[in-house]
Write a protein that binds this ligand. Structure first.
Ligand code: AMP
Length: 219
């Protein structure tokens, strides 16, 4: 089992970059945020536990996250290559990931830190809209749907994630600075961090990450 990690504040574009990379790189995209939103939608016990934290923009406790990630990895083949988005978010989670990978002879091969100025993050998050039906992502100004409020792909209704409302966005950015940014040191000490300018178009970000993956192999 091998892994790469997309690290960066909310709104850095981890999800959309991961979707594009999944198609070309062979890495399996694992987003703990998506898994939790799915669990909330389905009314699963994990979802009920996570929901109040998510709505406030706080981190869901490590034991919940570690449980869902372990379960997800156990379902994949032993030689799978994963691309994590939104995980790990604490040093505890990072250590657990290292243990799981090492127990199978694997490791984290790259950590891509997506860097975006704060004002761009706030604009991206508060303007983001998502299709309730197919999950396609829009932005009210940067990527507007053809018909306001409707998905171009499936006609589904567009909605705003509760945690993308302005009051929660600022808290999520603070939580990132306080709790998740220390992960950069953790991986920097291992020499794994590649800093990527992710303030512009998705294609440029994807191309730069792909360049590193090709150069460094995926062993
Ligand atoms: P995301 O879609 O990655 O922005 O995650 C949305 C929300 O889910 C976060 O604000 C947290 O409340 C929760 N969450 C997702 N992944 C994690 C994680 N690895 N650790 C703790 N909380 C998480």
């Amino acid at each position: 089992m091998q892994a790469i990690i997309l690290l960066g504040p909310p709104g850095a574009g981890k999800g959309t970059v991961a979707e594009a990379l999944e198609k070309t790189s062979g890495y399996i995209h694992v987003s703990t945020g998506d898994m939790l939103r799915e669990a909330v939608k389905e009314g699963l016990p994990v979802g009920l536990e996570a929901r109040s934290y998510m709505e406030k923009g706080e981190l869901v406790p490590d034991d919940v996250i570690i449980g869902i990630v372990k379960e997800r990895l156990a379902r994949g083949p032993d030689d799978a290559r994963y691309m994590f988005d939104g995980f790990p978010r604490t040093i505890n989670q990072a250590r657990l990931l290292d243990e799981v990978l090492e127990s199978g002879g694997g490791r984290v091969s790259h950590v891509f830190l997506l860097e975006v100025p704060r004002e761009v993050l706030v604009d991206r998050l508060s303007g983001r809209r998502i299709c309730r039906n197919c999950g396609a992502v829009y932005h009210i100004r940067n990527i507007p749907p053809k018909v306001p409020g409707k998905c171009d792909i499936c006609g589904g209704e567009l909605y705003q994630r509760p945690d993308d409302r302005p009051e929660t966005v600022l808290n999520r950015l603070e939580v990132f600075e306080k709790e998740t940014a220390s992960l950069v040191d953790y991986y920097d000490r291992k020499g794994l961090v590649r800093r990527i300018d992710a303030a512009h178009d998705r294609e440029g970000t994807v191309a730069e990450i792909t360049k590193y993956l090709m150069a460094g192999g995926s062993e």
